[in-house]
Design a protein around this ligand. Structure first.
Ligand code: CA
Length: 387
């Protein structure tokens, strides 16, 4: 079996409203799908993390750098391909966009392997530890509104996400520490006392400001405090984890086993959030998962992007061993963006219908059992939204 073609599909549309997080506002939704074709007619799908012009640049890396290395190779040789590409790109990028680009190709190779075997990816990894996974719905994005308007919006939106049946919810902050605490109070008010909410700072704070917000989150009993400081600030992470009761989470901006070894050995994370579409694909995710569990750090995957990314994560969440195990373990969660995303809701021939499953099944969603990722995208839809 040989790889005959690697094609990037960058999809894009204008969002109905501008959305923001602590670093920027954005008005377009983008997805970068990777399609790997073979001489036996089997096609695999993957996805690369990275919006807008990042997706366009990653397409350039796949077309110009990765594809020439990989065309003609056996798609079943996933680990051989991973190391060939990584070793030849190492001098030019051990993190960031080269790894995001490799991730999409690697995920597509796993989809092919599953289709060859006639088995879902979770079976190739070692089987399903669970057939359903609880879902948390994130929303509460920033808008160009004053703080009072945003506070009122966050109360209502948090209550609405809880009302949709999600198991927990997650909000953005980024107005500055004092106003951010008001937003967090609004979300606690919106969800009531007995419901988990999480806070995502997208690394906008200094360590000092993160302590100020983190102490408020202790009082509000937030479940986790995500990317409080810059991913490079290992000292800040470690000091926050020692000094705060709220769980410190992060890792979506970390790559491969060597990057993850460093942040795990630093002991700055209560919860690890690896991003399979960025850190190096499923092949590397499994090594990172093993490292996290070797450090007894629980994992809640970072999920962003289209239905391909969601399906990939459902396969991985099915196959994630319990840590440390028990009658009533803290189960992993699927991250689900509740804001407008056609690429998640309408891309597939048979949609996952996650909000409907969440509403009907106590906040949980079923793991797809078809071969590979267990989902197939609609080519007419891809054609329509190609950027
Ligand atoms: Ca995040």
């Amino acid at each position: 079996m040989k790889i005959t073609k690697i094609q990037s599909h960058v999809l894009e549309y204008d969002l109905p409203e501008e959305l923001g997080y602590s670093q920027q506002f954005y008005a377009k939704r983008t997805a970068h799908l990777v399609e790997v074709s073979t001489d036996e007619g089997i096609t695999g799908w993957g996805e690369c993390f990275g919006p807008g012009n990042i997706a366009r640049a990653n397409k350039g890396i796949i077309d110009g750098v990765i594809a020439p290395m990989v065309l003609g190779m056996d798609p079943m040789d996933r680990d051989v391909i991973w190391h060939k590409v990584y070793n030849l790109m190492r001098d030019h990028g051990q993190k960031g966009m080269p790894l995001q680009s490799l991730s999409g190709v690697d995920i597509a190779l796993w989809d092919i392997a599953g289709k060859v075997a006639g088995l879902p990816i979770h079976k190739l990894i070692g089987g399903a530890h669970r057939t359903r996974v609880q879902v948390y719905g994130y929303g509460m994005m920033l808008r160009r509104e004053d703080t009072d308007a945003l506070v009122a919006r966050f109360v209502d939106e948090a209550a609405a996400i809880k009302g949709m049946g999600f198991a927990a919810t997650k909000m953005k902050v980024g107005l500055g520490p004092r106003n951010d605490v008001k937003l967090c109070e609004a979300v606690r008010k919106g969800v009531g006392e007995d419901f988990d909410f999480m806070v995502d700072a997208n690394h906008c704070y200094t360590t000092h400001d993160a302590f100020y917000v983190g102490r408020a989150l202790e009082e509000l009993r937030a479940y986790w405090f995500e990317e409080p400081v810059a991913p490079e600030d290992l000292d800040g992470y470690r000091e926050l984890r020692v000094g705060l009761k709220v769980n410190i989470s992060g890792g979506e901006a970390e790559f491969n086993r060597w990057g993850w070894r460093q942040i795990l050995e630093n002991r700055g994370l209560d919860i690890a959030q690896p991003e399979v579409c960025a850190l190096g694909g499923i092949t590397e995710y499994l090594r990172v998962l093993a490292l996290c569990h070797a450090h007894f750090t629980p994992v809640v995957n970072h999920v962003w992007g289209s239905a391909i990314a969601v399906a990939t994560n459902l396969q991985l969440l099915a196959a994630m061993p319990p840590l440390p195990g028990g009658l009533h373990p803290r189960e992993p969660l699927l991250e689900f963006d509740t804001t407008d995303n056609k690429f998640r809701d309408e891309l597939l021939l048979e949609p996952l219908n996650i909000p409907a499953q969440v509403a009907a099944k106590g906040g949980s969603v079923a793991i797809p059992n078809g071969p590979g990722l267990g989902v197939e995208p609609d080519r007419d839809f891809i054609e329509h939204y190609s950027a």
